[in-house]
Design a protein around this ligand. Structure first.
Ligand SMILES: NC(=O)c1ccc[n+]([C@@H]2O[C@H](COP(=O)([O-])OP(=O)(O)OC[C@H]3O[C@@H](n4cnc5c(N)ncnc54)[C@H](O)[C@@H]3O)[C@@H](O)[C@H]2O)c1
Ligand SMILES: [Zn+2]
Ligand SMILES: [Zn+2]
Length: 381
C-alpha cells in the first residue's frame, strides 16, 4: 500500500510499504478515509525530534473498519471510526484513571504514553497511508455516524479538537471567564472554539499569521497580532489591568519572536504575564526533555528559563502534557452531530495522499492560507 514515509529532515515521500496485518487478537485494520498533517509532525520534519528514516507518519486518522482480530467484539467490520492519537491498553492504572495519554503498557520502551507514527511513542505505524493497524481496538476506536457526512469535522476528533478542548480544561475555562490563547495554529484555534463552547466571556488569540487570526475572529475571539500590538499591555488594558482568568500556551518550544528568531520560553513568559493572580494556565504546546538542535544553549539539555518567580508570586496553577483524547472525543463528536460545533472551519486544504510532500512544505512554512491539511488516500478499487 501507499504511505507517507519520513526520509530525512524536510524530506518525506509517498512510498510502497507492506500492508498492515492483524498481529494481536484485539487489533483492527482501518481503511483510512482521512488523515491530517499536524503541527506536531513538523517537530520531526524539521529535525527537532529524531525520527527513524522509514517511519510511516500520521497520528490524526479516521476511516472504516476493514478487518478485526478474534478478540474484538464491540467494533464491527464496516464501522466508521475516529482513531485517537494515543494508543492505550484500557486496563493499566493510568488508563483506568482516564490518562490514556500515559498508558503504562502500550509503549515497549517503558515510557508512559504511546502514539502512531511518532518518535519515542512505540512501534505503531502512522495512518498517512491507505490502511493502519489499531491495537486494543474495542477500547481505542470511537464510533462515528455511518456515511460520509461531516468527514472534515470528524477528522479533527483524533487530536486537535480534543487537544484544544484539553487546553481549556487545564486552564479552568468556565462561563463568564476571560481567556488568552497564544498560538492561532490549528490547536490554538480549537482552544478558542472550545472556550466559546464553554461559555467564556472574552477570548484573546495571539499570533502573527494574518490568515489564522482571521479564523480566530470567526470563532468569536479577539485577534491580537503580536508584530503590531504588544500583547501583554494590550490584554492587561483590555481586562482593566488585572489580566485574564485563564491562559493557554498552544505554541510550545519552537516559539518565535516578530523577527522569526526562536525562544523556547517566549509563549510561557507571555502567558504568565497576562493571567491574573491565582489564575490557571494550560500548556498544550509541546516541550521536549532534550532539544540538541535548539538555538538556545540551556534548552539543548532540556532547561527552559522562564518567569517562574512571577508565576509563583501570582499563585498560578499549571496543567501540561499530551491530551487524553478519549476523555473528550465522544462529547465533542456529539457537539458536531448536533451542529453545536464546527471545528472544520480550520481546514484549508483537502488533498490526495500523493500530494503529502508538497503539503508538508507549505504547512511547515506557515504559508498564507495553509492552516490545516487533510489527506485522502484513493478510495479502494
Ligand atoms: N498536547 C497535545 O496533546 C498536543 C497535540 C497536538 C499538538 N500539540 C502541539 O501544539 C502546538 C501547536 O500545534 P499546531 O498544530 O497548532 O501547530 P502550528 O505550528 O501550526 O501552530 C503554532 C502557531 O504558533 C504561532 N506562534 C509562534 N510563536 C508564537 C509566539 N511567540 N506567540 C504567539 N504565537 C506564536 C505560529 O505562528 C503558529 O501559527 C505544537 O507544539 C504541537 O506539537 C500538542
Ligand atoms: Zn496531531
Ligand atoms: Zn494503559
Amino acid at each position: 500500500m501507499k504511505a507517507v514515509v519520513y526520509r530525512a529532515p524536510y524530506e518525506v515521500a509517498v512510498e510502497d510499504v507492506e500492508d498492515p496485518r492483524i498481529e494481536e487478537p484485539r487489533d483492527a485494520i482501518i481503511r483510512i478515509t482521512t488523515t491530517n498533517i499536524c503541527g506536531s509532525d513538523l517537530h520531526p520534519y524539521e529535525g527537532r525530534e529524531a525520527m527513524e528514516p522509514g517511519t510511516v507518519l500520521g497520528h490524526e486518522n479516521m476511516g472504516i473498519v476493514e478487518e478485526i482480530g478474534p478478540g474484538v467484539d464491540r467494533v464491527k467490520v464496516g464501522d466508521r471510526v475516529s482513531v485517537p492519537f494515543n494508543v492505550a491498553c484500557g486496563s493499566c492504572r493510568n488508563c483506568e484513571e482516564g490518562f490514556t495519554s500515559a498508558c503504562l503498557r502500550a509503549n515497549p520502551s517503558g515510557q508512559p504514553g504511546a502514539g502512531y507514527g511518532y518518535p519515542g511513542m512505540g512501534p505503531y505505524r502512522g495512518g498517512q497511508a491507505e490502511r493502519m493497524n489499531v491495537p486494543w481496538a474495542d477500547f481505542n476506536l470511537l464510533e462515528l455516524p455511518a456515511g460520509e457526512e461531516r468527514e472534515s469535522d470528524f477528522a479533527l476528533l483524533s487530536d486537535i479538537f480534543p487537544t484544544g478542548y484539553h487546553g481549556t480544561e487545564l486552564a479552568g475555562v468556565a462561563p463568564g471567564r476571560t481567556v488568552a490563547i497564544f498560538g492561532a495554529g490549528p490547536v490554538g484555534l480549537m482552544a478558542a472554539h472550545s472556550a466559546m463552547l464553554r461559555g467564556a466571556a472574552r477570548v484573546f488569540v495571539v499570533d502573527k499569521e494574518q490568515d489564522r487570526l482571521v479564523l480566530a475572529d470567526e470563532f468569536g475571539a479577539t485577534p491580537v497580532d503580536f508584530t503590531r500590538t504588544e500583547p501583554t499591555g494590550y490584554i492587561l488594558d483590555a481586562t482593566g489591568g488585572s489580566g485574564v482568568d485563564c491562559g493557554i500556551d498552544a505554541v510550545g518550544f519552537q516559539a518565535r519572536d516578530a523577527t522569526e528568531r526562536e525562544h523556547p520560553e517566549l509563549a510561557l513568559d507571555r502567558v504568565i504575564e497576562v493571567v491574573r493572580d491565582t489564575g490557571r494556565i494550560g500548556v498544550v504546546g509541546v516541550y521536549v526533555p532534550r532539544d540538541p538542535n535548539s538555538p538556545e544553549e540551556p534548552a539543548r539539555a532540556g532547561r527552559i528559563p522562564f518567569e517562574f518567580g512571577t508565576a509563583w508570586h501570582k499563585g498560578l496553577s499549571f496543567g501540561t502534557g499530551q491530551c487524553p483524547v478519549k476523555r473528550y472525543n465522544r462529547h465533542l463528536r456529539d457537539l458536531i452531530v448536533h451542529d453545536r460545533a464546527q471545528p472544520s472551519k480550520v481546514v484549508s486544504h483537502e488533498l490526495p495522499l500523493e500530494r503529502a510532500p508538497e503539503a508538508y512544505q507549505h504547512f511547515d512554512k506557515r504559508e498564507d492560507g495553509w492552516t490545516k491539511v487533510l489527506l485522502h488516500p484513493a478510495p479502494a478499487a
